[in-house]
Design a protein around this ligand. Structure first.
Ligand code: 4NP
Length: 150
């Protein structure tokens, strides 16, 4: 199983989602591949936002091996599931899918923990540290459901 986490910049939310799900895969002995990407390339090559690195570190997850990269066309064939963070990511990613099978791989990640509600993971980029803590907990809940259902 290959899972891709996608947000706008691939520096705040999707790096956290990648780190959390990888950690749970290790803890639960699940052999999955997890990666992340952004719908924009503005931060390509950059480390995750320092606030994402810090909140992950608090929960003993290392994000410092990660570098931002944009979503590619190949991602739609490589990955089995593509989780996005909000409705805007969803629209952007769906617009780049080339067929129905690729579209069917895309889902909002909080639909795992709050089925059919299309809840968003709020973009914490312009907010304070509390935003990152909230994002961490939302993603932790969702990733717990993903691991349990694999
Ligand atoms: P992310 O947060 O999508 O969770 O990585 C953002 C990162 C960068 C920008 C916006 C949101 N930006 O405008 O550059």
């Amino acid at each position: 199983m290959k899972i891709l986490m996608v947000c706008l910049g691939n520096i705040c939310r999707s790096p956290l989602a990648e780190g959390i799900l990888k950690q749970k895969a290790i803890e639960n002995n699940r052999n999955i591949e997890v990666d992340s990407a952004g719908t924009i390339a503005n931060h390509e090559g950059e480390l995750p936002d320092s606030r994402s690195i810090e909140v992950a570190k608090k929960y003993e997850i290392d994000l410092t091996y990660q570098r931002s990269r944009p979503l590619t066309q190949e991602d739609f064939s490589i990955f089995d599931l593509i989780y996005v963070m909000d409705a805007s990511n969803y629209t952007d990613v769906i617009a780049r899918a080339e067929n129905e099978a690729q579209k069917a791989k895309v889902n909002m990640i909080l639909n795992e923990s709050y089925p059919n509600e299309n809840r968003r993971v709020p973009d914490p980029y312009y907010g304070g540290d509390a935003g990152f803590e909230n994002v961490y907990h939302l993603l932790d809940e969702a990733c717990e459901v993903i691991i349990r259902n694999l």
